[in-house]
Design a protein around this ligand. Structure first.
Ligand SMILES: C[S@@+](CC[C@H](N)C(=O)[O-])C[C@H]1O[C@@H](n2cnc3c(N)ncnc32)[C@H](O)[C@@H]1O
Length: 275
């Protein structure tokens, strides 16, 4: 599959092109080792499955953590809107804003907070942080070292899907924000939620068990009593495995299994018990 440039993916599309978004984001590796991989229609079966747990008579405060480009958030928001759910939906991610800098024939995209190089394009050739091609990765590493003087330069650029940016403009009950799930309770200033979704983030390939445990405890503290935590992991074949938990009397009760279930079930249960 082709690698897309920063211009093609973030600056030139007047309408979002799903294939460009999918390819572009999956090659961006963040400084903490996680990937921005996401795509349209990735979580459709999860959206439908979760309906049965939601109270459509109440207004719900929903938090989507680690939403990446937020395309999956827009889709869930639209799904719930169609069912007339009243809600306040927050789509969040550690990195929703990057820094874009142009020098000569080179375009650079950095993480705003850390200055980590996400992608460099030279003469229209893309060198993302994880291209999957060895020689390209080597060039990326050279570029990373040589472009560090520019890491805090350039203009801010949103790392979200155009539909998500538009959805935020058009709906006062849909917002995008940067949020580190490890610092969530502090950053959100004791705001609480009825539903939290953590899809493709509580992964052992990204974090240690201790870190995942810490993140779950943070999410637990953000939930109202009776609130739901939805955990999902999408496998390479597209299968979404996961679970739905309910916060009840200081514990997480397992309510439902999504396809093959969650591989961090025990961690979630024990993070609930230790609160
Ligand atoms: C694989 S994507 C998940 C995208 C989306 N939830 C989905 O399932 O399609 C992982 C995302 O986690 C975000 N992330 C990594 N560390 C994070 C943290 N500490 N807090 C919040 N988000 C984080 C990354 O920026 C990236 O966008």
């Amino acid at each position: 599959m082709p690698l897309f440039t920063i211009k093609q993916a973030l600056l030139e599309q007047s309408e979002p092109v799903p294939s460009i978004d999918r390819e572009f984001f999956q090659h961006l590796r963040l400084s903490n080792g996680s990937f921005k991989t996401t795509c349209d229609n990735r979580l459709n079966d999860v959206n439908s499955y979760v309906d049965e747990f939601l109270d459509f008579d109440c207004e719900l405060k929903i938090l989507d953590v680690a939403a990446s480009s937020a395309i999956s958030s827009v889709e869930w928001f639209a799904h719930l809107q169609k069912k007339s759910l009243k809600m306040d939906y927050t789509a969040s991610d550690l990195t929703m804003v990057g820094r874009y800098y142009q020098t000569g024939f080179t375009d650079l995209l950095f993480e705003k907070q850390t200055g980590h190089l996400l992608q460099a394009d030279i003469l229209g050739q893309a060198f993302p942080s994880s291209s999957g091609v060895r020689w390209k990765n080597q060039i990326y590493r050279l570029l990373k070292a040589s472009t560090s003087p520019y890491r805090n330069k350039g203009k801010e650029i949103k790392l979200v899907n155009r539909l998500a940016a538009r959805c935020e403009q058009e709906n006062s009950n849909f917002s995008l924000c940067e949020l580190d799930m490890f610092q969530a309770s502090k950053q959100l200033n004791s705001k609480s939620f009825n539903v939290i979704r953590a899809a493709n983030i509580l992964n052992r390939s990204y974090f240690t068990e201790a870190q995942i445990f810490q993140a779950i405890k943070q999410l637990f503290s953000l939930l109202d009593d009776g609130g739901f935590l939805i955990v999902v992991k999408s496998e390479d074949d597209g299968m979404n495995n996961g679970a739905v938990y309910c916060k009840k009397e200081k514990t997480f009760e397992h309510l439902g299994t999504i396809n093959g279930g969650s591989d961090i079930n025990e961690l979630v249960r024990s993070a609930g018990r230790k609160n």
